[in-house]
Design a protein around this ligand. Structure first.
Ligand code: SF4
Length: 418
């Protein structure tokens, strides 16, 4: 039987932000599932390259994609990117990421302001002194004019220095001074909350505002978001900024986000992985999905449960089979998702020997226990806890794949054949 958990997590109550474009809608917060989002790393001015990467990210499961809009050429390319995506039937909202000159670009490129579905505004990067208020106001006016939701995205690396200086001065004369990182955390939170308040005063509805306060240290991120979560009811965008490369980035992001998600905090997540050279950008989407799925918050793709292997199985056959099945399941999902709803919660076990193989296989929807070293060359297959077959010979992988196909067809409603 499937061991998929029913999520015991009680989500924090938040408003719901609605991202709309061309008759499409993606909700964030409220009763919406925790959304997966990502960001391109192409030059936005290259409309075709950017549209292709957005398509790949969306195909991998990114429900919102952010693109840098940092100069006139990038702003001019945004409508062409949207048009190209629409032509390719890629239904994903584009969020424009603005720093320093967003007020000018949104004003000078109205088609860009319209083509984007949401604006990300970093209050630490909208100008200094008196200019900051004016330029922030101009961006909010654009959001009001074009009816676009915004994310107020504060970042440790670009914190509002005036606000930080003010809080440090107050802290210096306080009877109970706080540690520097506590003052910085407070500055992050105040920057986000005060900017949101200002946006509302300028006429932006509160449910069009999402907040984020990103830092690169796991404990600081958890602490900041716990505090932010009780001080407002805006939807929260979670992400560990500059998470890093390879396993370090994945582990750090997972450690931070899973603590917060377990506490019901977080309405949309982005995993800021530095791609390994040549690695696909979509990996950050897959990691985000896997965090949500392993926590039982959402289901995206059937999961393969595989043992790590040990001295009892010296051949790599079961590793190859686990990898082959995982790729196959992910590859089939675009079709299965349409025709076999519910398949995303299926578990498939691929185990290396008799020690835990049959037991783990019985707990999965479908499981196979491959023969370990010295065991009889037979691979029992279990379906919903019952042994249905024993595979032998050199076609085990192909035959097991057919059993998976058959199970999907018979178990999950087939809209095509009724
Ligand atoms: S199931 Fe067998 S091969 Fe796999 S880790 Fe356990 S003992 Fe080792």
């Amino acid at each position: 039987m499937s061991s998929n958990p029913t999520s015991p997590i009680k989500r924090r109550v938040s408003q719901q932000s609605i991202i709309e474009w061309a008759g499409q809608v993606v909700t964030v917060g409220g009763d919406a599932p925790v959304r997966v989002q990502s960001m391109t790393n192409t030059d936005t001015a290259d409309a075709i390259a950017t549209a292709i990467q957005v398509k790949e990210l969306a195909k991998a499961g990114s429900e919102i994609v952010r693109i840098t809009v940092d100069n006139p050429a990038a702003a001019a390319a945004v409508p062409a990117i949207r048009e190209q995506l629409d032509k390719m039937d890629v239904y994903v909202p584009l969020v424009g990421d603005f720093h320093y000159n967003g007020h000018t670009l949104l004003n000078d490129y109205p088609d860009c302001a319209q083509a984007l579905s949401k604006y990300r505004i970093n209050p630490g990067n909208v100008g200094q002194g008196a200019k900051r208020d004016m330029q922030f106001s101009q961006m909010i006016e654009m959001a009001c004019r074009y009816k676009k939701p915004i994310r107020i995205g504060v970042n440790w690396g670009s914190l509002d220095q005036d606000l930080l200086a003010k809080l440090l001065d107050q802290n210096a004369v306080s009877a109970t001074p706080k540690e520097l990182n506590q003052v910085m955390a407070e500055a992050l939170i105040q920057s986000a909350l005060q900017s949101a308040q200002r946006a509302q005063e300028l006429g932006l509805p509160s449910n069009q505002i999402t907040l984020s306060c990103k830092v690169s240290n796991v404990q600081d991120l958890i602490s900041v978001y716990r505090d932010l979560a009780v001080r407002c009811d805006y939807p929260l965008h979670l992400g560990l900024t500059e998470a890093g490369i390879g396993s370090k980035g994945i582990v750090a992001s997972t450690a931070a986000l899973s603590v917060l998600l377990q506490e019901g905090i977080g309405d949309t997540i982005r995993i800021s992985l530095t791609p390994e050279p040549g690695a696909p950008r979509e990996n950050e989407v897959i990691v985000a999905q896997e965090i949500l799925q392993t926590m039982g918050l959402r289901h995206f793709t059937p999961m393969v449960i595989a043992c790590p292997g040990c001295g009892r199985t010296t051949s790599t056959y079961f590793q190859e089979l686990a990898s082959r099945i995982q790729s196959y399941l992910r590859h089939q999902m675009p079709i299965w998702k349409k025709n076999h709803p519910g398949v995303e919660s299926m578990n498939v076990a691929v185990m290396g020997c008799i020690v835990n193989g049959p037991g783990e296989s019985k707990h999965a929807n479908i499981g196979i226990s491959l023969p370990g070293t010295g065991e009889s060359p037979a691979a029992p297959v279990f379906v919903d806890g019952v042994k249905v077959k024993t595979l032998r010979g050199d076609k085990i992988a192909e035959e097991f794949q057919l059993i998976v196909d058959e199970y999907v067809k018979n178990t999950y409603q087939n809209k095509v054949s009724g």
